[in-house]
Design a protein around this ligand. Structure first.
Ligand code: DON
Length: 575
């Protein structure tokens, strides 16, 4: 697919200190020193420009994150949360958890009516769906702790973009037509101009957001403890939400230890709980390591079958065991143990799909007994989030996935502050055993509780070889995030294609329940799909999903190879 050129001529003039490396589309973008890959060209340019001006990967990541909050408001955000995986060139790695938290007044039954039934839409749309946002705290923490520049320096491009405007592409203008945005007057005014809907090519200015960003740049504490916190809490409460100024004051990022695994001699560094991403990814890889995947051939029915069976088993475990590690015991060591994977492998029939309701978990380190305490959750997750990857000239790397959850989150815009608020509360179990808006049935480990973080599937990941950085990976897509990262990684390691082809390659996804194999049917041969059906799979043909925004380091030359998913309009920018 040929990518459309964005019409950002004036803004490019502002941020072109990093000249575009050529080769986007079917080949990775090559650069000698540094690379930023994100879903939006302007945001990638902001990050690359910051590094050219002397910033490191964290400065670039924070600048890109704030810029995406302006140019990609459906997912880039101040009012949401996410994760930043940071690996220094010397190998030290951090997983910054700035996931939203449930407010203090949140209760397990808050989305139920008097009869104990889930109230439709309550955890997804409007003020009650909002979790205490973490993105600003995350970016400020990262910048102060690991950045070389000042917060004001890395926020300056975002402030300019909000004040001077961005030219909308067709896709962006279409996205802003979401009818749910019209439900909230401030959102309707800003994103839909009170009914005079934006067209492609128009300049979209956000003066309130520019002012908010300026206030944060000057005094970051204002968002959680100052005038802005009071303004935000009062606004949410006026709308019927339960977040208080104290909830904001109490919000804390957590600098966690990343999860580590290995696959065929490569080291995998990925997301620990409260994301399920790293554990599920490593469990799948552990199961697949026992097969010579390369010998089956990329996207062959056999390779897809074995991969789907490994996914089915790891997602079954995810459903059973995972939640906020600060409040429940997530048996990570067992789930990511290679011996446990070997036992799961024994249950895979090489010729037939295992029906999900016939899976029998191997008895391993008490996992089967633990399982009796949990209730599973099932189903697909919602559809919007964004990922970006950064590598700087020293070899420091950052992998960020952050989100409002659904596209445009709760659709609520903070009055006078110009930013959207998340609906991350929907990632919790509204009621164990009852599907939420996206078909999720969730268990006790992920119940709503004051101060809890909802379980995530976001999977910012890095791969190293002999202690050297090899890949920076990630994607949006709810549970498909995990399989998109898996698929990209295996395309490089097992099937030896370059990072751009790996990102663009056919996707397939199994998440245990519903018991179906989701496939990008337009990318697979009908013969392969027929063979999978014969093996017992129920195929769900869908369009494309995910948005891999990834980097690989050429082990021979050290070149940074940027790959932006050809399914979308992102861009790899390096120098
Ligand atoms: O944290 C999670 O797993 C979800 N809130 C992510 C949602 C998502 O990726 C939707 N994307 N397309």
């Amino acid at each position: 697919m040929v990518k459309r050129l964005h019409g950002y001529i004036c803004l490019l003039a502002l941020f072109t200190c990093a000249a575009p490396a050529l080769g986007a589309g079917f080949h990775p973008v090559h650069a000698k020193k540094a690379m930023v890959v994100s879903v939006h060209e302007v945001a990638s340019r902001v990050g690359a420009g910051i590094m050219k001006a002397g910033g490191n990967a964290v400065d670039a990541a924070v600048a890109t994150g704030f810029a995406l909050a302006v140019v990609h408001p459906a997912a880039g955000n101040l009012g949401g949360g996410g994760f930043m995986l940071f690996r220094k060139a010397n190998g030290e790695a951090h997983f910054l958890d700035f996931r939203e938290k449930a407010p203090e007044a949140a209760t397990a039954n808050m989305y139920l009516d008097a009869n104990g039934n889930v109230i439709p839409g309550m955890s997804t749309i409007g003020y009650k769906a909002i979790g205490v946002p973490g993105s600003v705290a995350g970016f400020v923490y990262a910048e102060k702790k690991w950045g070389k520049l000042t917060l004001a320096q890395v926020m300056a491009p975002a402030i300019r973009l909000a004040r001077d405007g961005v030219v909308l592409t067709h896709a962006e203008a279409q996205m802003m037509r979401d009818p749910l945005l019209a439900k909230f007057p401030e959102t309707y005014r800003i994103f839909q101009r009170n009914g005079k809907l934006y067209e492609q090519g128009e300049l979209f200015k956000q003066p309130e957001l520019a002012r908010t960003l300026e206030r944060i740049a000057k005094n970051p504490d204002t968002f959680y403890r100052g005038a802005m916190a009071r303004q935000l809490a009062a606004d949410i409460q006026r709308g019927g939400g339960i977040i208080t100024a104290k909830d904001l004051a109490d919000y804390k990022v957590v600098d966690r230890r990343p999860l580590r695994g290995t696959y065929r001699g490569y080291e995998i560094i990925s997301a620990p709980p409260p994301s399920s991403g790293g554990a599920v990814l490593i469990e799948i890889l552990n199961i697949l390591e026992g097969y010579d995947m390369a010998s089956f051939g990329r996207n062959s029915a056999e390779a897809i079958h074995l991969t789907a069976e490994a996914e089915r088993r790891a997602f079954y475990d995810r459903a059973e065991f995972m939640g906020d590690p600060d409040f429940s015991n997530v048996p990570i060591a067992q789930l990511t143990d290679k011996k446990y994977a070997a036992e799961w492998r024994e249950s895979i029939d090489p010729d037939h799909a295992t029906p999900s309701n016939e899976l029998k978990r191997p008895s391993f380190d008490g996992l089967d007994r633990l399982a009796a305490l949990h209730k599973p959750y099932i189903g697909p997750e919602p559809d919007h989030t964004t990922h970006y990857s950064v590598v700087d000239p020293e070899g420091n790397a950052v992998s960020v996935t952050y989100t409002l959850n659904d596209s445009f989150g709760s659709r609520v815009t903070a009055t006078g502050l110009g930013f959207l608020l998340n609906d991350e509360m929907d990632d919790f179990a509204s009621k164990p055993g009852v599907p939420n808006m996206y078909g999720l049935i969730q268990g006790k480990a992920n119940a709503i509780g004051p101060g809890h973080r909802p379980l995530s599937a976001m999977t910012p990941t890095m791969v190293t070889r002999d202690g050297k950085l090899y890949m920076v990976l990630g994607s949006p897509g709810g549970p498909t995030i995990i399989t998109t990262v898996l698929n990209t990684l295996m395309n490089v390691i097992d099937y030896r294609v370059d990072i751009q082809r790996a990102v663009d390659s056919a996707r397939f996804h199994h998440q245990w329940m519903p018991d179906e194999l989701r496939v990008e049917a337009w990318q697979l041969s009908p013969d392969t799909m027929k063979m999978l059906e014969k093996m017992g799979y129920k195929l769900r043909h869908t369009g494309s999903w995910g948005d891999g925004e990834c980097i690989m380091i050429d082990p021979k030359t050290g070149e940074r190879l940027g790959a932006s998913d050809s399914r979308n309009n992102g861009k790899a920018v390096g120098y």
